[in-house]
Ligand binder design. Structure first.
Ligand code: AMP
Ligand code: GLY
Length: 421
């Protein structure tokens, strides 16, 4: 089989690494890919936001299966264009991707199916939003309605911060994505990410993880795309998982099917758990980054069979074969991230790292320059290890981190702290 993965981050490197292990995979192409992905797959320069260009490329290269990694092409309808051309695609339609591309849409779906989530109000005029915030008080959460590359959420602890968020978002900070906002009750608790495949009918859980959103140790400082993760998440007990499926995931999937926009692909269910009760924080319509790295390391080559069964509506007869193991990812980012950072700094020591089913340095934002791997983004590497215990995965991951020589980068030293002895 010839497989095309769209994307260029740590998520796509991890997907490529796992899929390559499946004997069904003949040719593997990642577009546009990155310097790490280039070690195990062909990289192709195509505009992944342009569905027609993806279809042309797939036809020229006899592609049998396309996996769409990031949310932006999904929201832009690239999966629809590929399916309309008769291609087999993993990833939801633009209509189903609204579960990520519109916060107010998701809230309306939760209302319609009584799924537990934060109380909210939706605004198209800043004055109304400001009045509502003043009556609700703080802490309070302000969200740009549309896609804002993970930066569209402000958890405001003071009234001043909350009102400033309204000015910024509705004043055009995220363009059209902030023209409407959702203002939400602040939820207290422990966060976890729950991943399920859905083929429009059947829901198949494929793993849990816990991310670390804040840039600083002890969960301090500004929010980021994620500074590290581990899988499984101990807070996702069988009872919590069952409640999340029964109260949130299955009702949402049924509501999407009933509207004529069934969801197919991976649903990333962001949960806040308090006293054993899960509430929805958000949905994403793709794998999380860095959560995907640990999930792929734990699932390995079977992931290709699962994604293909999902795309073909055959999830009902699939089983996930789980090893009783743990994975942990430490993100290495460029100094200054999530603010301004430099690109092009050289990273040494990567070629001496172990690379096997227990150790992998996934590349999130790298490029090659004169035979040298250089940083090419904010989050640059996802150093991932697997072990029989979380402590073993943790020790292996940080041993790799310590062997990397990159003075212009940093990482959090406390990834996994909640779950480690
Ligand atoms: P989101 O992009 O919706 O995942 O939001 C980013 C982060 O903001 C989440 O991972 C949470 O840490 C936090 N967050 C979002 N909504 C809420 C809420 N209603 N209460 C508390 N924290 C929230
Ligand atoms: N790690 C969070 C995300 O991918 O949105």
């Amino acid at each position: 089989m010839n497989i095309l993965i769209l994307g260029s981050g740590g998520r796509e490197h991890a997907l490529a690494w796992a899929i390559k292990q499946n004997p069904k995979c003949d040719r593997l192409i990642v577009a546009p890919g990155n310097a790490g992905i280039a070690d195990l797959a062909e990289c192709a320069q195509i505009d992944i936001m342009d569905g027609a260009a993806v279809v042309d490329f797939a036809a020229q290269n006899a592609i049998d299966f396309i996996i769409v990694g990031p949310e932006a092409p999904l929201a832009a309808g690239v999966a629809d264009t590929c399916r309309a051309a008769g291609l087999s695609v993993f990833g939801p339609s633009a209509a189903a991707a609204r579960l990520e591309s519109s916060k107010s849409f998701t809230k309306a779906i939760c209302d319609a199916c009584d799924a537990p989530t934060a109380a909210y109000a939706h605004f198209t005029h800043p004055d109304d939003a400001r009045d509502y915030i003043k009556t609700q008080g703080v802490p309070i959460v302000i969200k740009a309605d549309g896609l804002a590359a993970g930066k569209g959420v402000v958890v405001a602890m003071t009234l001043q911060e909350a009102l400033a968020a309204i000015d910024d978002m509705m004043g055009g900070q995220f363009g059209d994505a902030g023209a409407e906002v959702v203002v939400e009750e602040f939820m207290d608790g422990e966060e976890a990410s729950f991943f399920v495949l859905c083929d429009g009918q059947t829901v198949l859980p494929i793993g849990t993880a816990q991310d670390h959103k804040r840039v600083g140790e002890g969960d301090t400082g500004p929010n980021t795309g994620g500074m590290g993760a581990y899988s499984p998440a101990p807070v996702m007990t069988d009872a919590v998982t069952q409640k999340a499926l029964d109260q949130i995931v299955r009702p949402t999937m049924a509501a999407m099917a009933a509207r004529g926009t069934p969801f197919t692909g991976v649903l990333f269910v962001g949960l806040m758990i308090k006293d054993g009760e899960p509430r929805l924080v958000e949905f994403n319509v793709r794998f999380g980054d860095p959560e995907c790295q640990g999930l792929m390391m734990r699932l390995g080559g079977q992931v290709l069979d699962l994604l293909q069964a999902c795309a073909e509506g055959r999830l009902a007869d699939q089983r996930v074969h789980w090893a009783d193991d743990h994975a942990l990812t430490v993100v290495m980012a460029a100094n200054g991230y999530p603010g301004n950072y430099a690109k092009g700094t050289a990273i040494h020591g990567l070629s001496d790292l172990p690379e096997d089913s227990f150790h992998m340095a996934f590349h999130a934002g790298t490029a090659e320059s004169d035979g040298q791997i250089v940083a090419n983004g904010g989050r640059v590497l996802g150093i991932t290890a697997r072990g029989a215990s979380l402590a073993e995965a943790h020790a292996r991951a940080y041993a790799m981190v310590d062997a990397i020589d990159w003075p212009e980068g940093f990482c959090r030293r406390d990834i996994g702290w909640r779950a480690l002895p």
